[in-house]
Ligand binder design. Structure first.
Ligand SMILES: CC(C)(COP(=O)(O)OP(=O)(O)OC[C@H]1O[C@@H](n2cnc3c(N)ncnc32)[C@H](O)[C@@H]1OP(=O)(O)O)[C@@H](O)C(=O)NCCC(=O)NCCS
Length: 187
């Protein structure tokens, strides 16, 4: 099982490498369109860490899946959107679901009430995943938009994020110490 934890700004090269490793179809699905390597590099360089949170899935120290949550308190108060990607060998194992669940908790704890996600109409996995977390799906010119309505944060959601941050840090240390062969503590 991969270690799930937030990605730090200093780990941007890992995120860039992950996005560049996505095959053509997955990259297309992630960005709802064709994106060259240069455009992926530009996307990463333009990340504003003041309004972006990245949560990643690390396997043997490599970032193999990530969800990118972006918001803008001034232009887009109480709203945010996310994009997600999981590399082929980890797909269909619940990693995407875990990443979405985690990022929705992060958004909720930042006071975000509406989270948006966009994917291609034929993206069966993403549609299933969005539905599972209560996303309201709508078809818009061949693309699906999903809207998640979040409740306000409470003591439990705040404690959950703190607990999962701690578990992620601890599991990262364990993975490093053990050469990454130790099973992480379930989050
Ligand atoms: C979409 C994506 C993030 C899903 O990640 P994942 O780790 O494969 O997702 P999970 O294993 O958690 O499965 C998600 C759902 O798809 C379903 N699923 C898994 N494998 C499937 C398959 N082969 N066919 C249909 N559905 C499948 C799961 O049952 C689950 O549905 P459920 O929640 O109702 O049980 C991943 O496939 C991906 O990175 N795709 C390319 C990028 C992309 O499409 N991003 C979305 C747009 S931003």
């Amino acid at each position: 099982m991969p270690v799930i934890r937030k990605i730090m700004p200093t780990e941007l090269p890992l995120y860039r490498a992950h996005l560049l490793r996505l095959d053509r179809a997955d990259r297309y699905a992630r960005f709802t369109g064709t994106l060259s390597d240069d455009a992926v590099e530009r996307h990463c360089a333009a990340i504003d860490w003041g309004r972006t949170t990245l949560v990643g899935a690390f396997l043997n120290g490599e970032l193999r899946g990530a969800v990118e949550l972006c918001g803008d308190r001034i232009l887009w108060p109480n709203q945010a959107e996310f994009g997600i990607s999981v590399e082929k060998e980890l797909q269909g194992k619940g990693v995407g679901s875990t990443l979405v669940r985690r990022v929705l908790t992060v958004a909720r704890n930042r006071g975000v009430r509406h989270v948006h996600m966009m994917c291609m109409a034929g993206n069966v996995r993403m549609r299933a995943l969005a539905r599972r977390f209560g996303g309201r799906l709508a078809l818009d010119c061949g693309e699906i938009t999903a809207q998640f309505e979040l409740p306000p944060p409470n003591q439990f959601s705040l404690a959950l994020e703190a607990l999962e941050d701690g578990t992620g840090a601890f599991n990262s240390i364990l993975a490093g110490v053990s050469g990454a062969h130790r099973e992480p503590i379930a989050a």
